[in-house]
Write a new protein. Structure first.
Length: 619
């Protein structure tokens, strides 16, 4: 009877303990937690899964970033989007370079550009294990290719910069996608794409021509711009003392700052005719307006204008036959021909060449130097206008490109910009953006007080498949965009307020913004002192970002106590993690009654007590 009572009491004790569920603090050995993160979900997720399965036998593996993890493993050639979400030490598993790998580490393109003008795009690619193969770089929109280049890879480890370009035919945001691939050899490799957004606007640059006397270089440059629809040309040419010929809306003089603010660029013919007061006014224009001044002399003559150039001395040369002047990438390799050269000796400090003479003596014939926020451009091709007959289209294209690039760099009265950490211009849904706002008058002519700034970000313009940008020429799209940006009653929730904060620098403000979670095109708007500015924001579900140089990624993980290994050395990664993260004792709460094994003694005790009573005929 005593045994039966003991069995029953033990079973009841087990049941009561299970009901109370006591917790015991104990020190136990457990496997360390390792976070495995795919650098790019589109290209590295399968590789990350293989790494997670390999580490799963020795560690508790979490797929995705975890700040409290004992270690983190980045799989792929890209760096982390948020380093704070990774527990240290950090290791990296990179693609095996033996099969060839091409990594897009940078895509350089302007954030804004005019319509119907060549927009340069440069892709920087790191190629490993690709000697003897062809690197193909493709620039395309979301639906069609725009440009393509092929580069022969000669070294096992080589970094190449590939120039590309496109000509936008319409205004609005243009989403560019750059892809690279290694052709030939085993295992053709395609990198993750990189998306860049260029805001194309149909605008006309206001350019002022002023000649103190009739001058051929200025005259023919002005005629080239008058035939270009991208320019609105105003001019004043002094033909005799007290007599001037005017066209357009030229200001009465350079000292009228309000009138000069309307011009992005000022072209001066016969600069030796400028008085000291004119030079001082042009310097104020450069510093407070941030515009461009282009000097087109036709002779080597001294004058107050030379103080503005900063050149200590000048050299005049006459060559025969005429020498060719070639522009750089900004001028799309356009050329001039000239026999008379006027060049500074030496080039002023801070100046850089824009176009230079070809041949053994590559003197900088056209050069520019910064003056405050503006730029001064000087042409030493004195008689290039005489040799335009051989290539009139090239002559006109050279000056249109040169003056257009100078005018495009002139800051607007109110400028909106945004940057996406780790990305090139297209935002991922929910990604963080840094938005900047610059008021030109306050930034370039401080101090100015009493200015107010307000801004807002609009809702989706319209849903588009794949996150493509809307057709700016479609009246329905334009109407929908304007309705969403103003928060009309048709969609009163489309506008989200955006608050700007001063950065400490005059006229500069900053805001942070979480990108909308729905892919599409959005509009960021700002207003200050009655001036409006707007900038489109493209949100793509599969937005691609540049990858860091693999060498930089290896150095970064080394600074976090880890190392970078190829994917063929997973055993080495496992050994390194075991060495750093041996099973450790840690205190934790233990609930012993939650173990399913308690069912076995509970059932045995009750069954034994029931069997004992049955054999003795007890109830």
């Amino acid at each position: 009877m005593t045994a039966a009572r003991l069995a029953r009491g033990a079973a009841v004790a087990i049941a009561l303990a299970a009901l109370l569920d006591p917790a015991v603090t104990t020190a136990r050995r457990s496997a360390a937690t390792v976070a495995v993160v795919a650098a790019d979900q589109a290209t590295d997720s399968a590789r990350a899964e293989r790494v997670a399965e390999r580490l799963g036998d020795a560690f508790t593996v979490v797929r995705g970033p975890l700040p409290t993890a004992a270690a983190s493993v980045i799989v792929g050639s890209a760096g982390p989007r948020n380093a704070r979400a990774l527990g240290a030490p950090v290791f990296a598993v990179q693609p095996d370079p033996a099969t060839g790998a091409a990594t897009l580490i940078d895509v350089a393109a302007p954030a804004t550009a005019p319509a119907h003008a060549r927009v340069p795009v440069a892709a920087t690619v790191r190629v490993r294990g690709g000697a003897g193969r062809q690197l193909q770089v493709t620039l395309g929109g979301l639906d069609a290719p725009l440009d393509r280049a092929t580069v022969a890879i000669e070294a096992p480890d080589q970094t190449v910069r590939v120039p590309l370009a496109f000509v936008p035919a319409m205004s609005g945001p243009h989403t560019l996608r750059v892809e690279v691939s290694l052709e030939g050899g085993p295992g053709a490799h395609r990198s993750a794409h990189v998306d860049h957004v260029v805001h194309v606007a149909v605008e006309r640059w206001n350019v002022l021509f002023v000649d103190g006397r009739p001058a051929w270089p200025s005259t023919f440059a002005r005629r080239a711009l008058e035939q270009d629809a991208r320019f609105a040309v105003s001019s004043r040419v002094r033909t005799a003392p007290g007599v001037a010929t005017e066209a357009g809306t030229p200001p009465p003089g350079f000292s009228d700052a309000a009138a000069m603010d309307a011009f992005e660029a000022v072209v001066i013919g016969a600069p030796e005719t400028l008085a000291e007061a004119d030079v001082a006014a042009l310097e104020r224009y450069l510093r407070r307006r941030g515009g461009a001044v282009i000097l087109l002399p036709d002779r080597a003559a001294a004058g107050p204008y030379r103080r503005l150039t900063g050149a200590a001395s000048w050299v005049t040369r006459e060559v025969s036959p005429p020498v060719e002047i070639r522009g750089g990438a900004a001028l799309a390799d356009r050329r001039l021909r000239t026999r008379e050269l006027l060049v500074p000796a030496p080039l002023p400090a801070g100046a850089r060449p824009v176009a230079w003479a070809t041949g053994p003596d590559s003197a900088p014939v056209v050069w520019q130097t910064p003056v405050g926020a503006g730029r001064l451009i000087v042409s030493g091709a004195l008689d290039a206008w005489r040799h335009r007959g051989a290539d009139l289209a090239g002559f006109e294209a050279f000056w249109s490109a040169l003056i257009g690039a100078a005018a495009a760099a002139s800051p607007p009265p109110l400028e909106l910009t945004y940057s996406i950490p780790g990305a090139a211009g297209a935002a991922a849904p929910g990604g963080r953006l840094d938005v900047g706002l610059t008021m030109r008058a306050a930034a370039l002519a401080p101090p100015l007080d009493g200015r107010s700034v307000s801004a807002r970000v609009s809702g989706g313009i319209r849903p588009l498949p794949g996150g493509a940008a809307p057709d700016a020429e479609d009246p329905a799209a334009t109407s929908a965009a304007r309705s969403a940006s103003t928060g009309s009653p048709a969609d009163p929730t489309a506008t989200t307020p955006l608050r700007f904060w001063p950065t400490g620098a005059p006229g500069r403000f900053r805001a942070t913004l979480d990108a909308p979670t729905r892919p599409g095109t959005y509009l960021i708007e700002a207003s200050a002192d009655g001036v409006q500015a707007e900038l489109p924001l493209v949100v793509l579900q599969d937005a691609g970002a540049p990858s860091p140089d693999p060498g930089l990624l290896a150095a970064w993980v080394a600074s976090r106590g880890g190392a970078a290994l190829p994917e063929t050395e997973l055993d080495g990664l496992l050994a390194a993690l075991r060495e750093r993260l041996d099973r450790t004792r840690q205190r934790e709460l233990w609930h012993p009654m939650r173990s399913p094994w308690w069912i076995l003694p509970f059932a045995l005790l009750l069954g034994g007590e029931w069997l004992w009573r049955r054999r003795r005929g007890l109830a």
